[in-house]
Every structure is written in C-alpha cells, then in structure tokens.
Design a protein around this ligand. Structure first.
Ligand code: NDP
Length: 477
C-alpha cells in the first residue's frame, strides 16, 4: 500500500497532524530527522490508523502515492530550507511540498518560485490552533498553486475544524505566500485581542477593585454575549485558577513579562512596509516588549502617579459594563486594522484574497475563533469591496452605541494611571478616521518649510511650494 499523505517533522505539531490524517482514514507516511520520534509515534498511536514509518528520506518519498503530498512540519527558517533541499531532488513534477510551519511569507514566496522552476508545487500552509488544534481540527490557511488545492483541499477539509454551521475551516487563500501572510495577520490580531483582554482585566482589578476570581466570573458572563470567543473563555479559566503551592490566584504568581515568538512583530513590520496603520497590533507587540524590560521598570517604580479614589460597589458594576463596551469597540478596530493589512498584502502581491472566506475559516479551530467572525464574514459577503470594517453599517452602529462608554473607560484609566495602550490606540484610530480634518495638513506645511517637500491644495490640482525663506509666495512645484 502507499500513503496518500506524508508528514515529516514529528514534534508536537507534526505528530498530531499526522494522527489527525490517520484518524480520518488516510494512510500516512511519517518521517523525522531523528528516527526515534517516528518509531515512538507508531508505537504509541499506531492503533489510531494506518501509518507507514520511514527511516530515510528515500523510503519516505517511495511510500507516497503520486502526485506526492509531503507535509513539512519542522522548525521555521533554515530547518525548513534544509528539509526542502533534502526532499526536492527526490520528487517528480506535479508532486507537492506543503510547509505547515510558521514561515515568513517572503520565504514562502521564494521557496514557491524556486520549486515551481523544478515543476514541484509548493504550498505554504498556515496552521492555527496549537497542538490540540492539530489533533482535533485546526484552522488551515493554505496558499500556493490553485491546482494543488484540487487534490489537497478535500483532505484538508476533512482534518480541519468545522465552524458551527459545519463549514470546514480551510480555504485556498491565494497563490504563493498568501496562506502564510494570512496566518501571520491572524497571529497579529491574536496579540491585539490578548492585549485588549489584558487591559480589561487590569481595569477591572485596579479601577473597579475586583479580585481575579470575580473578574473570571465577569468574563464568563461576557462569554455568553457578543464577546463569545475562545480567548475570553480561557481568560476566565486562567483567572479562576488558584496556585496549589501558595493558595494565591495563579495570575499573581506568574512573572509579568510577556514573551513572543515573532509573528506579531512580523505583522507590524510588514504593515509598516505596506503603509497600513495597525496601531492596535503594534501596541500589543510593544506592550509585550515593555513588560520584558525588567530593569527599566524597576528603575521607574518611583515615578509619580495619580492619587486614585476607588469605586464603590455600584460604580464598579457600572464600570464593568463600560469596560465590556470598550473592549468590544476596540476589538472591532483591531480586526478592521488586521483585515486592512490582508487587503493591502493581497493588493501588493496580486493574491486576490477573499476576506469573507478568511473570516469564515477563522470561526473554528484557531486561537481567535469567535462568534464575532460570523459577523465579519457577513459584512464582507454583503460587500466584498468594503473599504473598511468600520464602514459596515452594523459595526458602525455598534461602535456608535459603545463609544460613550469607551471614552469614559479611557478617562478613568487615564485618571487612575492604568496603562491602556490598546484601548487608546483603537479609539485614536477611530477618531482619526472619522475626523473632518487632520493635523497632517500642518505636517505637510512643516515638511515644505524645512525640506521643500511640497504639498497639495484642497482647492486646486498640482503640487505646490511656498518660498518660506523669501517673500512667501507660492510656486507650482
Ligand atoms: P518545533 O518548531 O520545535 O520543531 C521541531 C521539529 O523540527 C522536530 O521534528 C525536529 O527534528 C525538526 N527539525 C529541526 N531542525 C531540523 C533540521 N535542520 N532538519 C530536519 N528537521 C529539523 O516543532 P513544533 O511541532 O512546535 O512546530 C513545528 C512547526 O509548526 C514550526 O514551524 C512552528 O512554528 C509551527 N507551528 C507551531 C505551533 C505550536 O503551537 N507549537 C502552532 C502552529 C504552527 P528532530 O526531532 O530531529 O530534532
């Protein structure tokens, strides 16, 4: 017998993905640089389905039916290139290499181009949902040649998460790097979601005076409403957890320095290159980096802060309701920014990404899965050329309803000295977009003054320069 799919790289992700394929009835060839992992998998989980253990690259390739479908699940970066170098010479035209790691989309574009010249289809495939998702159904974001999706797609649809309406959480995102790009932005949005939730928690604790256990209950309530999502759900779990060793809330015994693996940072770096304002995602990345500057924070402990008057019980409850509104409004802005980046990437690289389909495949399996994504999909389905999520009537109305509470929360945060960069950046973005006039006009004047960079006028076409050092008359540039 031969295998319909092969997985090389059998650490947590690869192993679980291989098991997921096998549990869905596919014969799976498995391979790992260190063969011990391959044998361990078959020994431990062999009864779950049909596995073919391969010790060498040659055996692995020989075990696959043609066209070969070879999933690479190794450490992103150089290891991925090393594995491609090893396998590509053993493959034949029409075979597929599917990279399920967290590759940078620019690497995916390069690999796709190189392999295309050799007749091999390269599929850069974003996978979200962690190890549990890989086993029980991840959200899958494959890019690459459309024709490879014809044969690969049905298999991915089988192993992927399913949304509440039964739709598989996978779609052909677009050519070359489109899948990994979308996965990257997914992670950027995830950073922003987590930061906003963190700010909500801090406000409920420091301004409203609630305990972590009480805040967990508040999050549980929120999770039954429009904020219903995986991240809100696990937030309640983490906040209600008590440390066994000390009896203290778990959240109080964890060092408050957030780490990151880099996809959030990429989202911001690429957004800067594309000229897309993703201020909420950027603040989330910066907040993690600030938290890690232990010495800087230590040295700043004595800096002055406001004298805060705590809220009474009735005020606290009303405040919690306002925080929910601020969180929801800020979340809309984060997604608006993230989808803007996807639209801009799609435009720049000619990917023709369907934004409604992207929100659809994020409804299950991935870390940012949420009821909310159904609404985003509806917005893009109704108007595929929607310039921004904020121009969707429903979202615009919801923000209009939430904005007073949102502003009041930021006032409280400011007066009490609780840092809320995510909430604040989201509101600033909203206010800037709806502004009649921005101080960018003044910026242009300054640029023209010191560098003769010219400006455009509101009342006439063309570029102009004012002779600032002379008689201040205006000339056409
Ligand atoms: P790791 O990222 O820890 O990678 C370990 C695997 O890579 C092992 O199988 C290892 O083989 C192999 N490997 C490393 N270097 C080489 C090399 N030079 N040549 C051949 N094989 C090599 O494993 P994970 O399972 O955590 O992640 C796999 C991929 O999935 C990564 O790209 C990751 O970013 C991505 N991902 C991870 C998620 C997660 O939640 N962990 C979620 C979504 C994506 P060996 O056993 O021989 O050392």
């Amino acid at each position: 017998t031969s295998a319909q799919i092969g997985v090389t790289g059998l650490a947590v992700m690869g192993r679980n993905l291989a098991r997921n394929f096998a549990r869905n009835g596919y014969t799976v060839a498995v391979h790992n640089r260190t063969a011990a992992r391959t044998h361990a998998l078959v020994e431990e989980f062999g009864q779950e389905g049909d596995f073919i253990a391969a010790e060498t690259a040659k055996e692995f390739v020989a075990a696959l039916e043609r066209p070969r479908r070879l999933v690479v699940m190794v450490k992103a970066g150089e290891p991925t290139d090393a594995v491609i170098q090893e396998f590509a010479p053993l493959l034949e035209p029409g075979d597929m290499i599917i990279d399920g790691g967290n590759a940078h989309f620019a690497d995916t574009r390069r690999r796709e181009r190189d392999l295309r010249e050799r007749g091999i289809h390269f599929v850069g495939m974003g996978v979200s949902g962690g190890e549990e998702g890989a086993l029980h159904g991840p959200s899958i974001m494959p890019g690459g040649p459309k024709e490879s999706y014809d044969s690969l797609g049905p298999m991915l649809e089988k192993i992927s998460a399913k949304a509440a309406d039964g739709a598989p959480c996978v779609t052909h995102v677009g050519p070359d790097g489109a899948g990994h790009f979308v996965k990257m932005v997914h992670n950027g949005i995830e950073y922003a979601d987590m930061q906003l939730i963190g700010e909500a928690y801090q406000l409920l604790r420091d301004v409203a005076g609630y305990s972590p256990a009480e805040i967990a209950e508040i999050f549980r309530t929120w999770n039954t409403g429009r904020l219903d999502s995986y991240l809100i759900e696990i937030t309640a779990e983490v906040l209600s957890h008590v440390d066994a060793a000390t009896g203290k809330p778990f959240v109080d015994v964890v060092v408050d320095q957030a780490e990151q693996k880099g996809t959030g940072r990429w989202t911001v770096q690429i957004a800067l290159d594309l000229g897309v304002p993703v201020s909420g995602i950027a603040e989330a990345v910066f907040a993690r980096s600030l938290s890690g500057h232990a010495q800087l924070r230590e040295a700043s402990r004595g800096l002055a802060g406001p004298k805060a008057a705590p809220l009474n019980e009735a005020e606290a409850a009303a405040f919690a309701d306002r925080v929910e509104q601020a969180l929801y409004a800020s979340k809309i802005v984060s997604y608006t920014q993230g989808f803007h980046e996807i639209a801009a990437g799609s435009e720049e690289y000619g990917w023709d990404i369907d934004l409604g389909a992207v929100s659809s495949i994020w409804r299950g399996g991935c870390i940012i899965r949420a009821a909310f994504l159904d609404r985003i999909r509806a917005a893009y389905d109704a108007r595929p050329d929607l310039p921004s999520l904020l121009s969707d009537e429903t979202f615009a109305r919801e923000i209009a309803d939430a904005q007073d509470a949102w502003r009041e929360v930021l006032v409280s945060a400011t007066l009490q000295g609780v840092p809320t960069p995510g909430f604040a950046a989201a509101l600033a973005y909203y206010d800037a977009l709806r502004a009649e006039r921005l101080p960018a006009a003044l910026t242009q004047g300054q640029r023209d003054f010191f560098g003769a960079h010219t400006y455009r006028r509101v009342d006439r076409d063309g570029s102009f320069h004012t002779l600032w050092g002379g008689d201040r008359s205006e000339v056409s540039a």
